[in-house]
Design a protein around this ligand. Structure first.
Ligand SMILES: [Zn+2]
Length: 117
């Protein structure tokens, strides 16, 4: 059971995610950042956040834990994979995409004080 926090992406995180077209992004050690579209509300966005996206990002959090402290080693390894194999062929993305439909991946959202989902 993975314990995770979900937070709204702001500032540079939001800009980076919008640039690359990502709706969610993993942030070591346990957080998933969610990009809220213009004119939408964070809580409203969470209601429609598919479990598959959460499982995808949980897989990246686990990859970060396996590769090293604070995710830095993961980011180097991840971008090297992108350069060599492209986004579609990136082994970390292949694993994360496979996890999207893996209902055996269990998680609990633990930032209860900040919002209720
Ligand atoms: Zn991914």
């Amino acid at each position: 059971m993975m314990k995770i926090r979900i937070k709204q992406a702001t500032g540079l995180d939001h800009a980076r995610m919008a640039t690359f077209g990502f709706w969610a992004s993993a942030e070591a050690p346990d957080t998933i950042l969610v990009r809220v579209p213009a004119g939408r509300d964070f809580r409203d966005t969470l209601k429609f956040l598919p479990a598959g996206i959460i499982r995808h990002e949980i897989t990246h959090l686990r990859q970060m834990q396996e590769l090293g402290i604070l995710g830095d080693s993961f980011h180097y390894a991840y971008w090297l994979e992108n350069i060599v194999h492209g986004y579609e062929g990136n082994k970390y993305e292949i694993e994360a995409r496979a996890a999207e439909t893996d209902t055996s991946i269990e998680y609990e959202i633990i930032n209860k004080g900040e919002f209720n989902v």
